[in-house]
Design a protein around this ligand. Structure first.
Ligand SMILES: [Mg+2]
Length: 88
């Protein structure tokens, strides 16, 4: 089945986000609390904002930071919201 342009872009973005979340999971323990998850997402969001504000405004660096924001939001869901639903 062929997928359209927007769907293809979404699949590419989701792959990057999933890979980044997996990479983070090998380096850091799961989030322990909503407060911790929020703080880490905010840290990544602040890094994205810092990158946006630079004069060079490098699209590659902005993409990298945006992926990290989304990856931390994904970890928030998997570590804190969906944990109970995980199969044994
Ligand atoms: Mg970052």
């Amino acid at each position: 089945m062929m997928i359209g342009g927007q769907e293809w872009l979404r699949e590419c973005a989701l792959r990057l986000i999933s890979d980044e979340a997996s990479r983070a999971a090998t380096r850091f323990p799961p989030f322990n609390s909503h407060h911790e998850g929020y703080a880490i997402i905010k840290e990544e969001l602040d890094e994205l904002w810092d990158e946006i504000k630079t004069k060079e405004c490098d699209p590659t660096k902005i993409q990298k930071e945006a992926v990290q924001v989304a990856a931390m939001a994904l970890r928030f869901l998997t570590d804190l919201c969906f944990k109970e639903a995980a199969p044994e």
